[in-house]
Design a protein around this ligand. Structure first.
Ligand SMILES: O=C(O)C1=C[C@@H](OP(=O)(O)O)[C@@H](O)[C@H](O)C1
Ligand SMILES: C=C(OP(=O)(O)O)C(=O)O
Length: 410
């Protein structure tokens, strides 16, 4: 097992070129493939999740391994359903435990030919491309928005277009809006027709020059570093005020923790105001990928919290609810869970471990959200740090650039 020991600088000074958004990259790639575009999207992410998508779309292999990439798994399942040929799509052991039945059922209702290779409801899948027929379906909106995005993106390629009715609560809604926004940019007619219905017209995508923005989810770890450091001067490049990404809301939540955002022509500059609330309450249903950032940040700043809307965390790269509780306990914080969807901390402490080894559970966000904790817990070690490549391959190099020492303890 690889372990990283970190030593923070006394003042963090950095200008960081963030990675491009994997969510935008992977949508642009699917849309581009469906539109047979002549302009390949620019500034695609160099992360694993995007690299597996590029390979899947260009190599033409019979078996596609998307490793740990949820978006690639879900988006390609829909894409392959309307693309000639027969392929098997698989991923890591964890991917084979991440549910996909809602999407498969919806696609089958449209006429798709999809079989489960092992376990009913889970990847791997064997998919035979076909011309899909039905045009109006109902599916659950409360498990993963990626199923909905996957279906929407193939909508313009269907003979009669597609209308989706979403039942139950709709989680991760900004990611659905991101999909609609990109589809519209590429010439599709797709929009909400009621609070829980979306219609897509049958109309081919147009190819346009397109540049992917930097990743706001990745930015959150730098806000966290600013919040935990006594002094920080951090500039993040490639972020914009009117971002397509729902996780740009992280800037507003961090402003309540004393980190304000100044937009410049190139990105953002972070400022510490020194203000901190007595307590933080937030609903994460729209911003699930920021949950780890804020749970770790608040605990380390000694700010009790109650975070709701976390129901999707159990089916991500790992069970993030359990992982957060287990690893924060090693640092001396007792976090409580309610209803599989709420994490709370009332300030309760336990004895911290002397040399806590933070496990990362094949989850990039566990590594990235716990690394900044070194500023307050100088003995911690990060296990399997290479997991960051899922979304942010340059994370450790960027920390070095910001003055951190990153030492491989073997
Ligand atoms: O569509 C997307 O790009 C994503 C949607 C979210 O997943 P869920 O819809 O499963 O919550 C998010 O957690 C994931 O990192 C990326
Ligand atoms: C949940 C995530 O990714 P995915 O679902 O695309 O694997 C993530 O990046 O936090």
């Amino acid at each position: 097992m690889m372990l990283y020991k970190l030593i923070p600088p006394s003042v963090v000074t950095a200008t960081i070129q963030l990675p491009a958004s994997k969510s935008i990259s992977n949508r642009a790639l699917i849309i581009n493939a469906l539109g047979k575009g002549i302009y390949p999207p620019e500034n695609l992410s160099d992360c694993d999740d995007t690299q597996v998508m590029i390979k899947a779309l260009t190599e033409g292999k019979e078996t596609i391994d998307i490793m740990a990439a949820g978006t690639a798994m879900r988006f390609l399942t829909a894409y392959l359903s309307v693309t000639p040929g027969e392929r098997t799509i698989t991923g890591t052991a964890r991917m084979q435990q991440r549910p996909i039945q809602i999407l498969v059922n919806a696609l089958r209702e449209l006429g798709a030919e999809i079989e489960y290779v092992h376990n009913e409801g889970y990847p791997p899948l064997c998919i035979k491309g076909a011309e899909l027929k039905g045009n109006e379906i109902t599916l659950k909106g409360n498990v993963s928005s990626q199923y909905i995005s996957a279906l929407l993106m193939i909508g313009p390629a269907l003979k009669d277009g597609l209308t989706l009715h979403l039942s139950g609560e709709i989680i991760s809604r900004p990611y659905i809006n991101l999909t609609l926004q990109l589809m519209q940019d590429f010439g599709a007619k797709a929009a909400w027709t009621s609070p829980n219905s979306i219609s897509v017209a049958p109309q081919l995508y147009q190819s346009i020059p397109f540049k992917v923005e930097s990743d706001w989810s990745a930015a959150s770890y730098w806000y966290q570093i600013a919040a935990l450091s006594p002094k920080a001067e951090i500039e993040l490049l490639g972020l914009f005020h009117n971002s397509y990404q729902g996780d740009s809301r992280g800037a507003e939540v961090f402003s309540r923790l004393g980190i304000t955002t100044e937009f410049t022509s190139q990105g953002v500059k972070l400022k510490k105001t020194g203000k901190a609330p007595e307590r933080l309450e937030e609903d994460f249903v729209d911003i699930p990928d920021l949950a780890q950032t804020f749970v770790v940040t608040c605990a380390l700043l000694n700010i009790p919290f109650r975070f709701t809307g976390l129901q999707s965390l159990k089916i991500k790269e790992t069970d993030r609810i359990a992982a957060l509780r287990a690893e924060l306990k090693k640092l001396g914080y007792v976090i409580e869970e309610e209803n599989d969807s709420i994490l709370m901390w009332n300030g309760e402490r336990c004895e911290p471990e002397e040399t806590p080894v933070i496990e990362t559970y094949e989850d990039h966000r566990m590594a990235m959200a716990f690394a900044p904790a070194i500023i307050r817990h100088p003995n911690l070690l990060i296990a399997d740090p290479q997991v960051v490549t899922k979304s942010y391959p340059g994370y450790w190099e960027d920390l070095k650039q910001a003055g951190f020492q990153v030492i491989n303890e073997g």
